[in-house]
Structures are given as structure tokens and as C-alpha cells.
Design a protein around this ligand. Structure first.
Ligand code: HEM
Length: 173
């Protein structure tokens, strides 16, 4: 169990251009605790509904059918990355999921402000949909999002684009 206050206090640390990003995929225990595929879908649909009320809504398709497709793909990704069934395998065209995600985001000019808004929106969704999950597990899921999202930032104030080096920690670490 987690309180909304605990969830809302999850930290956001700044992206530092050039700094290596280390992250670990979320644990399957989080996937089970959120309620498996159905629970994950519920969390992600809520997240996307909030995205459309957020300052980064303009990044996403405005067409309802296209928006629906993004919701479905996004849910599938999170189901697989959290150790659930491999329902995103085909989308990723056989690539490592995280590698593929970095490429998907290359099509958009994502800066630190957009990343913070994305994370803040996810934190709101977790505060609404994940209070039945152990805070320690939410924390692990968050650590992945908070770190990995740094690799989606490809637009900096000085006009440069930079793709940070990264290391994915092994499961046992
Ligand atoms: C932990 C970080 C993030 C993860 C794991 C993630 C995950 C995803 C996934 C799974 C998709 C769907 C990909 C597909 O087409 O199959 C997606 C699309 C997208 N994401 Fe992210 N995302 C992250 C951060 C961000 C951030 C910070 C932004 C900032 C604006 C962002 C903007 C977008 C956009 C614009 C799309 C594409 C929508 C379209 O297809 O038109 N994402 N993301």
C-alpha cells in the first residue's frame, strides 16, 4: 500500500547533458501488483487522458483514432518492459525495447521541460491508480521512468542535440 502523499513525493532529478544514464527495467512484482495487463492498461489510459490536459498535449496526435493507437501501443510497451507477456515484441521489430524507445522519441523535439511535465503527469496517474501497490515497488517503477526518460531528451537550450550514453543494469544488480 502507498499513500498519495508518498507517491507525490517521488523525486525528479535533472537531466545533465553528457552524463551517462543508468537504469534498471521495472520489476515484474510491480506488474503483478498493479493488476497485470488489465491494471497496467488502466494506469496508462489514465496517464494518457491526463496527457491530453497537460502542457505537452501538442506533442501527441490530436485525432481520436490515432490517439487511441498510441494508448494501446504505450500500454503494450509497459506490459512487456515490466516483465509481463511479450505483447510489444512485434512493434519493436526485434530490437531491444529500450533502444527502440529512444529511436521512437528521436522523431520529437523533447526538452527537459517536456520530460518534467511527462513525469509529473505519470506521478499524478500513479497517485490515482497505484495506491494499492507497495510503495517500494512503485519506487522501483519510478526509478526506471525517472532515469530512462533522460534518454528521451534530445533538445537542449544551447540548440544542441545529444544522445546520452547509457548502461542498463543487469537484473541481479
Ligand atoms: C520513461 C520515459 C518514456 C517512455 C518509457 C515512453 C514510452 C512511449 C511509448 C511506449 C510510446 C509509443 C510508441 C509506439 O509508437 O509504439 C511513446 C510515444 C510517444 N512519446 Fe513517449 N515515453 C517516455 C517519455 C516521453 C517524454 C518525456 C515525452 C515528451 C514529450 C514523450 C513523448 C512521446 C510522443 C510524442 C510519442 C508519440 C506519439 C505518436 O505516435 O504520435 N515520451 N512513448
Amino acid at each position: 500500500m502507498a499513500t498519495k502523499q508518498e507517491i507525490m513525493s517521488l523525486p525528479i532529478t535533472p537531466v545533465n547533458k553528457g552524463e551517462e544514464v543508468r537504469f534498471k527495467n521495472p520489476p515484474s512484482a510491480f506488474f503483478e501488483a498493479i493488476g497485470g495487463e488489465a491494471g497496467m492498461r488502466e494506469l496508462m489510459y489514465d496517464f494518457y487522458d491526463k496527457i491530453y490536459e497537460s502542457e505537452i498535449a501538442h506533442f501527441f496526435p490530436q485525432d481520436e483514432e490515432e490517439f487511441e493507437k498510441v494508448k494501446i501501443k504505450n500500454s503494450k510497451f509497459f506490459i512487456q518492459i515490466c516483465g509481463g507477456p511479450k505483447v510489444y515484441e512485434e512493434e519493436a521489430k526485434g530490437m531491444d525495447l529500450n533502444e527502440y524507445m529512444i529511436r521512437v522519441h528521436d522523431d520529437f523535439s523533447i526538452n527537459e521541460k517536456a520530460r518534467i511535465e511527462w513525469l509529473g503527469t505519470m506521478r499524478d496517474a500513479l497517485a490515482e491508480k497505484a495506491t494499492h501497490v507497495d510503495f517500494a515497488l512503485i519506487r522501483e517503477f519510478w526509478d526506471y521512468l525517472e532515469s530512462f526518460s533522460k534518454l528521451t531528451v534530445n533538445t537542449f537550450a544551447d540548440g544542441s542535440t545529444y544522445y546520452a550514453a547509457y548502461t542498463q543494469a543487469k537484473e541481479e544488480e
